[in-house]
Design a protein around this ligand. Structure first.
Ligand code: DGT
Ligand code: CA
Length: 569
């Protein structure tokens, strides 16, 4: 079990206890444990001598014992019992924005409702109003929330699925009958949400591969088991389909099952024009297979160069490939620094030194510390006085660093009137100013657009962070005219962020492309709140690729000197 999986168990426990109305201290203890587990830098399952690990911060004896039980047996008796509670199904309600544990319990105790469909019907019929503390407004919010949750219910965020899919692949690889193996489907295209995990294997012994697959420790149940296709439901709640093909067919199958469907249709019709049949088994001229071993062959047979999976959406990649004009996509290795990370000066978990050290370890040359300002309403938001101190400290830290520079930055809040949360005089002293909206999401499009434009037009601002404010599966983008924002950035020589934080990915793929087409450059930043979060650059890069970005479209591919010139400080 990974730390993340342990954290999920304790989070679920905390939610059920909270709904049951347990002692708040107990609930908080579990929530704290979740945070600790998510932020640990060692994987507990790899620790041989658990006793030597010492006390984990914020985790008491009782929870410690439960961690052990989970690691040793893969199960937790206490948790299994708790899941049988009549209140357990109500955790579904907590996903609806604005519905808390108290509401959930109140609704169940009074109306006996324990599933989202019944809740929706009750809200429609106005049965919730009148329950203590609930009104018409709550009913409206619940209905809105339910629609939002439904929209994403069947899909999982990329960052949640990705590591779990890789571990399925690693497990399968242990079977020596596997010749080649690849992820396929939306996951190989790195879409921001994924319905199911498609895996493709070539082997001369398909039965052996299916047998391994259905016996993996991740399996909750087997949906179907056949010679060429086997499907499982994992303990994480997602489905994974495994296809097994002959070695000669691997490339054709890889292309077919990577999709997208729209892309495949185009490729097939290009084939038809050349009197070729393209399918998952190969490319055929009459009965003769002329390609199929690898994807390059498949593309070549229809007269195209290789097209990266992230581009395969029929968003113009076929035409560009025909003109031999495909973008040279940005890669992780092009990235020279991270321009938006937090430290323990605001709501981050690590010190500036620790963030710098980790970034250097990743091969970066610079990092910008951009802590929050006070208006965001978190503990530790920076005011002018503390920011001056932070600038001093960073100067000192830099004296002890070789081939690496910490930039003094800030994630300054854009207030509802477009003014910034700190005076320009102090912001001018910084190497970099990232500005962002964190409050009053309900403004009209006109108000929000003007608010952000005012910030862009302020000479001290360099980058607008997470420009649309959406949280995947949780919050829709605020109303904003992004075209105007992009135009304004272009006119003022400012930049937009692609925030790689898994639930943000904001700008998204399409909007990155829009910015690029209008000549606005992008900063791909993780918004890391601890050292591990720096890894999220991977998802920033994949989204950038889906947005057709090339190294020259991305400002953190620049050397420090080039960057400083661009920022004109
Ligand atoms: P998802 O699962 O909704 O996140 O998205 P995908 O793209 O992974 O879709 P999925 O799992 O239904 O199918 C995987 C790939 O298989 C898909 O991207 C293209 C290919 N495929 C599936 N069904 C068809 C089809 O009817 N026609 C064609 N041309 N390709 C298909
Ligand atoms: Ca899929």
């Amino acid at each position: 079990m990974t730390n993340q999986e342990l954290a999920q168990v304790f989070n679920h426990i905390a939610e059920i206890l909270d709904i049951q109305g347990e002692n708040p201290f107990k609930v908080r203890a579990y929530k704290k444990a979740v945070q600790t587990l998510e932020n640990l830098t060692v994987q507990l399952s790899t620790v041989e001598d658990f006793d030597k690990l010492g006390k984990l911060p914020g985790i008491g004896d009782a929870i410690n014992k439960k961690i052990r039980e989970l690691l040793e047996t893969g199960n937790l008796k206490y948790y299994e019992e708790l899941k049988k509670s009549e209140y357990a199904p109500l955790v579904e309600f907590l996903k609806i924005p604005g519905v808390g544990p108290k509401h959930a319990r109140l609704i169940y105790d009074n109306l006996g409702i324990n599933n989202v469909t019944d809740l929706e019907n009750a809200a429609k019929k106005g049965k919730l109003r009148g329950l203590f503390g609930l009104g018409e407004k709550t009913e409206e919010n619940i209905l809105k929330g339910v629609t939002q949750v439904r929209k994403y219910k069947e899909r999982f965020p990329l960052a949640f699925i990705y590591p779990k899919a890789l571990s399925l692949v690693d497990e399968l690889k242990k079977n020596k009958e596997v010749e080649k193996i690849t992820l396929a489907g939306s996951l190989r295209r790195m879409k921001e949400t994924i319905a199911d995990v498609d895996i493709l294997v070539s082997s001369k012994n398909p039965e052996s591969i299916s047998d391994t697959f259905v016996k993996l420790p991740q399996v909750e149940s087997v949906i179907a088991k056949g010679k060429t296709k086997t499907s499982i439901l994992t303990r994480d709640g997602f489905q994974s389909d495994l296809r097994i093909v002959k070695p000669d067919e691997f490339g054709a199958a890889q292309h077919y099952f990577t999709g997208s469907k729209a892309h495949n249709i185009r490729i097939r019709s290009l084939g038809l024009q050349k009197k070729l049949k393209v399918n998952e088994y190969g490319v055929f001229k009459g009965k003769k297979r002329i390609a199929g071993k690898n994807e390059q062959e498949v593309f070549k047979s229809v007269g195209l160069p290789y097209i990266a999976p992230e581009l395969r959406e029929d968003w113009g990649e076929i035409e560009m490939a025909q003109k031999k004009n495909l973008p040279h996509l940005v890669e992780l290795k092009d990235i020279k620094g991270d321009l938006h990370v937090h430290s323990d000066w605001s709501d981050g978990n690590n010190s500036i030194q620790e963030m710098a050290k980790e970034a250097k370890k990743r091969g970066y040359r610079y990092i910008a510390i951009c802590d929050h300002t006070t208006a965001v309403g978190i503990t530790g938001g920076l005011d002018e006085k503390r920011l001056v101190k932070q600038i001093d400290l960073i100067e000192k830290i830099n004296k002890n660093l070789k081939n690496f520079t910490v930039l003094s930055g800030i994630e300054v809040d854009i207030k509802s009137n477009g003014k910034l949360d700190l005076p320009d005089e102090i912001l001018k002293e910084l190497d970099l100013v990232v500005a962002a909206v964190h409050t009053k999401f309900s403004q009209t499009e006109e108000e929000m657009t003007q608010r952000i434009i005012k910030a862009i037009e302020n000479p001290v601002v360099d980058i607008i962070a997470h420009p649309t404010g959406r949280l995947i599966g949780k919050r829709e983008p605020y109303h904003v005219d992004l075209d105007k924002i992009i135009d304004c950035c272009k006119a003022n020589n400012k930049f937009l962020e692609l925030n790689a934080y898994p639930e943000r990915l904001d700008l998204n793929d399409i909007n990155c492309r829009k910015a690029k087409e209008k000549g606005v450059k992008i900063a791909i930043s993780t918004d890391a709140h601890n050292t591990r979060h720096l890894l999220w650059m991977t998802f920033g890069i994949s989204t950038a690729k889906r947005g057709w970005l090339e190294p020259e479209d991305v400002i953190n591919t620049l050397t420090l000197n080039q960057l400083k010139k661009l920022l004109k400080r």
